[in-house]
Design a protein around this ligand. Structure first.
Ligand code: PLP
Length: 395
């Protein structure tokens, strides 16, 4: 043990990686307000507000729409442990790390998993899902909407139709999409959808919003066996989030304050305005990166605007650049994972972080760091290209 421990003084980083994303000061203030008891009548109102606001961002009227304790992966576990029973046949789509994680989680629940794959950087082809479903007996299809490991934005509507035509239910990972790009749970027929608080919702990590449609609720209520996880059991948790207020586990009270405030910010801005902001900042960033001679990693036409994966130029030292960004400019960007390790950088423009000044901050810092690495490009071109995007919309 040390004689004493210093007071926490974390640096104010600009978080432009794959998450956590920058948090609005209003959210941090909400978090530091007095802790209420989790059965306090005042807290009931806060819970109700949070559920209502979550339905707004998920674009759903699903009654069972709640924040689960834990990070985005707890949302994934919640979907699988509640709706999968041992022996169920599941199709899981894999074109990146988080699809792989979903396979792992579904398998641990005893599912017989059929993988439908696409190369990293490509979308899942609906025809491949159709072929896999033709094997018959498939209970669910799971897919990642925004693959944070590759920067791919997966279209969902056609796959949802195919899934329901085959009588299966549809599970969607919206961890890096919710609050940044449209996630239309009702319109797209998503039966269960989960997210994480620290990506496009711009809240600190610690909560995983989930929503279950009528079909999913029916599957849940008709289970033959108890849910494998006591802690994530929605049959019990739903009784706490309704008027009954049945104690299950202590709600993470101050985290829920934070989420409520983050959602309130989204409601004030309006979903469509928020999506437009995410599209615009990404367009400006990509114009800047391309002006420095860099290429995006995701299939054209399916680039994710909340997470921009860009190929690291030949001969450039991945770690040296990221270290310099962090140490000299206080900017965090992400490295590559899995197949993309050492090959891409992942630049997140999520929620509160998706704004013009951050695009310019990361582009100028990259200019400095890339020039030092001997990468050749026209200086100033990146910032000029990004500005041109902004000029073109104001014209
Ligand atoms: C971040 C992420 C997760 C996991 O979330 P954690 O908060 O790290 O547990 C799952 N799926 C996707 C697509 C993600 O981006």
């Amino acid at each position: 043990m040390a004689e004493s421990y210093a007071e926490l003084r974390p640096s104010s980083r600009l978080l432009l990686g794959p998450g956590p994303s920058p948090v609005d000061p209003r959210v941090l203030r909400a978090m530091s307000t007095p802790t209420l008891g989790h059965l306090d009548p005042e807290f009931l109102q806060i819970m109700n507000d949070t559920m209502e606001l979550l339905r707004y961002v998920f674009q759903t009227d699903n009654q069972l729409t709640v924040p689960m304790p834990g990070t985005g992966s707890a949302g994934m576990e919640t979907a699988m442990v509640n709706l999968v029973e041992p022996g169920d046949r599941a199709i899981i789509c894999v074109n990146g790390l988080f699809g792989q994680r979903m396979v792992d989680v579904a398998s641990r629940c005893g599912a017989e998993v059929i993988q439908v794959s696409a190369p990293w950087g490509q979308i899942i082809d609906p025809e491949d899902v159709k072929k896999a479903l033709a094997q018959g007996g498939v209970k669910l299809v799971g897919i990642v909407h925004a693959e944070t490991s590759t920067g791919v934005h997966q279209p969902l509507e056609e796959i949802s139709r195919i899934v329901h035509d085959h009588g299966a239910w549809f599970a969607v990972d919206a961890v890096t999409s919710l609050g940044g790009i449209p996630v239309r749970v009702n319109e797209w027929g998503i039966d269960i959808c989960y997210s994480g608080s620290q990506k496009c919702l711009s809240c600190p990590p610690g909560l995983a919003p989930v929503t279950l449609g009528p079909w999913a609720v029916e599957v849940l209520n008709k289970r033959k066996n108890k849910v494998q996880s006591w802690y994530l059991d929605l049959t019990m948790i739903q009784r706490y989030w309704t008027q009954e207020r049945f104690y299950h586990h202590t709600a993470p009270v101050n985290m829920i304050y934070a989420l409520r405030e983050a959602l309130r910010l989204i409601y004030e801005e309006g979903l469509e305005a928020r999506f437009a902001r995410h599209r615009l900042t990404s367009e400006a960033l990509v114009a800047g990166l391309r002006a420095m001679g860099m290429e995006m990693a995701a299939q054209e036409g399916h680039r994710l605007v909340s997470l921009n994966a860009v190929r690291i130029p030949e001969g450039v030292d991945d770690l040296a650049v990221r270290k310099r960004l962090l140490q000299e400019f206080d900017i965090e960007i992400g490295g590559g994972l899995g197949d993309f390790k050492g090959k891409v950088w992942r630049i997140g423009l999520m929620g509160h972080g998706s704004r013009k000044k951050n695009v310019f901050a990361v582009l100028t810092a990259l200019e400095v760091a890339l020039a030092a690495q001997g990468h050749r490009f026209e200086h100033g071109a990146a910032v000029a290209a990004a500005e041109e995007v902004y000029q073109s919309i104001s014209a």
